[in-house]
Design a protein around this ligand. Sequence first.
Ligand SMILES: [Zn+2]
Length: 737
Amino acid sequence: MKAIAISLLLMFPFSFIAQDCPILPHPLVYRTIPGEIQMLESLSLDFNSLPPNLIEQFKSTIALYHDVPLIDVKSKPLLIFKQAINVPLDSYSINVNEQIIITYSSSKACYYAFHSLMQLLKQNNEGYFIQKCFINDFPKFQWRGLHLDVSRHFFTVDEVKKYIDLMSIYKLNMFHWHLTDDQGWRIEIKKYPKLTEIGAWRDSTVNEHYTTTPRTYTKQRYGGFYTQEEIKEVVAYAAEKYITIVPEIEMPGHSRAALAAYPQYSCTGQQQNVPGLWGVFDDIFCAKEESILFLQDVLSEVIPLFPGTYIHVGGDEAPKTRWNKCEKCQSVIKEQKLKDEHELQSYFIQRMDTYLMKQGKKLIGWDEILEGGLSPNAAVMSWRGFEGGIEAARLGHDVVMSPGSHCYFDHYQGKGSDEPLAIGGFTNVEKVFNFNPIHSTMTRNEAAYVLGGQANLWTEYIQDFNKLMYMTYPRAIALSEALWCTEKTTYDVFEQSVIKYHFPLLKKLGVNFSQTILKPKITFKRTPKGVSLKIASNSATEVFKLNQDDEFIGTADFNIERVKKTVPIRYQFVSNETGIDRTIVVTKNPCLGVPINYITKPSDRYNSGDLTLVDGQFGARPWKGHEWIGFDTSVVVIEIDLLKKQKIDSLQISFLNDENSWIHLPVAIEFENSKTNVGFGITQYPCFVNEKQVVFIGKKVQKFRITIKTLDKIPLGMPGEGNQPWLFIDEISIKNK
Ligand SMILES: [Zn+2]
């Protein structure tokens, strides 16, 4: 007997084992036991054993997954519930053996357990069955958030409810509802009816990417809003699924829609329309007393609608252009003895903080609210990276991490040209999976202030619910995995669970999710003679046609050697199985795959690996995030070794110009032969650097150094004015005839 017990222990050690598990996010402990329970036609329990609201929630939860009735029986029910005390917050366990015993710490935990149970249920010819198993589970973070911008594009009450349904399946619990922005005000405020009469509607919407020139517009009235009754309905709907709604009323920036309705609360008082263009606008709320009181009035109607603790007041991207020149703003600065416009913004936010505190609410804002001093009770949502969150935690403030690098689901999730238009950036499922809200540089003390994390769905390029689903799933499942799991599995295990169990579930639910992770992965590697291109399919039987000619199955490697003459080579992969059609152009040249030494280190946020600059591929325009290296310093020095001395005609360096994303062209480039510092001397290009800058060399070169200088600050009147601009480089190549 003893021997058997020991061997069982060896088979099921106490720590979590990565194994085939249908539940996502993965439970902390999941151990299968041989055998199954065949359930036949129904799921039975004693309705009196649970509070009535849970029975109702179970009924609506079952409906999401299966066609099984929940029935009330007094004797020998299949499902048995037990409440546990002295267990971690929101923890539950499920023991599937002769019966199904669910132990829970709170009704929320009981609800989570039921979702897990639904994901265990499988169907065969005889009906439903469940694999015998033991599960023990609780969440790592208390803020597991998903955001939705309903201003840039409007989503109906039914669509928002569907969004909430899916959040509940993946145990996400904070819904950040971005209700106001420049392009539309979406919440009824009874005292100020023009906010929705005027502010909820725009006359046009820009087509394609807003950096595309020439710009064209769809000249059609667009908009919508939620009445307070509808808001209450959604809040109650979410509460039944243990989801708290955090409303966002943006201030002082992103306020053009409000100012179109009430221009007297801007600095200039000028009448302007609700814009149909994306970006950051100069006209923001004036910091005068009347504007502050107006916004507090608005909040007084918002607060009673949302029972949650937090009210989000935005605070991001508020240019100080108008405040600089406004007499009223300047007089507030004087009266309040403030140093500058940043302190004025801090004063503005503090007024809201004090107001919200009096109403028993807590203010949360984007990390710009740190500038000019953080308001005493404010929590920070860190979006421009982890830094804002780290600083706020250091100062003893609560933090929700939502860095653009891992949490912006308006970025591209795949590298293929078939990905639908996105704002830019690259955040694939794996990157989201690897998100950890606790940054490696944080102390244990600082980490204690991190409430959790959140992904944001900005909808400039998300016109409808189908595209919203495409951008959200499966990335939101990876987010949940990152925020729920105390011990994470490997990405491969996670990806297989998504494909095997959750793609069918999402399909059944009619969700238009992205299947990008099914597509073959194409990777570049450095080789001694150049680079290699590897195409790897998820399927071992997938047949590809290369350049309409050669066929290969599943996975293949291609070696591409550097050559003296510059010549582009085209690889077109077509698959009948997945319909993938990807063309990659590699420009063979003497630089291909050579070593690069970054004297200036690239930013961690935009570093797709040092091969990026010499992989023979040009980055996508508009910017798709990958294939570019980003720097946030005003001088960038890079050394390149061609490995042997050779004559080169000219060098081409390509840069990104996307001023709306704070990415600017450099102003000067210098070259020197780094070995002797004489060579061809220094060639300086003081201005007018092009996106694909060619520099004539005409000399023998081996090792050389490039120094690139950017603007010190983004000029006034441009997005991000006064900040250090970004420099993005995608390729350094040699042009030889
Ligand atoms: Zn003003």
